[in-house]
Write a protein that binds this ligand. Structure first.
Ligand code: GAR
Length: 190
């Protein structure tokens, strides 16, 4: 059974979906740690309620990314973590974690990459007027939402759909698709 650390910065609905899938046995993994770079984020409350240990930190309190990633790496090692699962972690992963977890850091992004990387991908898609968007799960490299694609799922955007409507659809897909894809990956079935 793979041991994972989930990294998140905000609401944490994907953290919740991953946790629930672990609890129900749909995702064969153990969540060892929630890592959050935004003290006070709602995901921390979700993790506490779920009984998942929380590591919250403020990047500002470290001199550099190398410094805080070195701290994170030590904590991950103590917990014997196999995979880092990014779930709305709105920060680029740096050299320290990339070196120690090659092809062991996974991200979910709310667009069909390489379209609409970066922040507000759903807003970008709606503003551009594309008729199809989706969700991408990929390995993380040093770029922003780049790295080898593991799986993608498409979503139609109906004429006149608002950003909120598209976001709701995207999140519904994410909550099923992320645990399912992680399970396949961890079981060597991709
Ligand atoms: C998700 O939609 C995820 O795809 C996105 O942040 C949201 C987090 O929601 N990630 C990115 O944009 C990464 N570039 P959540 O906190 O409710 O899980």
């Amino acid at each position: 059974m793979k041991k994972i650390a989930v990294f998140a910065s905000g609401n944490g609905s994907n953290f919740q979906a991953i946790h629930d899938a672990v609890e129900s046995g749909k995702l064969r993994a153990e969540i060892k740690l929630l890592v959050c770079d935004k003290p006070g984020a709602f995901v921390i409350e979700r993790a506490r309620k779920a009984g998942v240990p929380v590591l919250e930190f403020s990047p500002k309190q470290y001199a550099s990314k190398v410094e805080f990633e070195t701290m994170l790496h030590e904590e991950l090692q103590k917990n014997d973590v196999d995979y880092i699962v990014l779930a709305g972690y709105m920060r680029l992963i740096g050299s320290v974690l990339l070196k120690h977890y090659p092809e062991r850091i996974i991200n979910i992004h709310p667009s069909l990459l390489p379209a609409f990387p970066g922040v507000d991908a759903i807003g970008q898609a709606v503003a551009t007027g594309v008729k199809v968007t989706g969700v991408t799960i990929h390995f993380v490299d040093e770029g922003m939402d780049t790295g080898p694609i593991i799986a993608q799922r498409a979503i139609d955007i109906q004429d006149g759909a608002t950003k909120d409507e598209v976001a709701q659809k995207v999140h519904e897909i994410e909550h099923e698709f992320y645990p399912e894809t992680l399970d396949k990956l961890f079981e060597g079935k991709r």
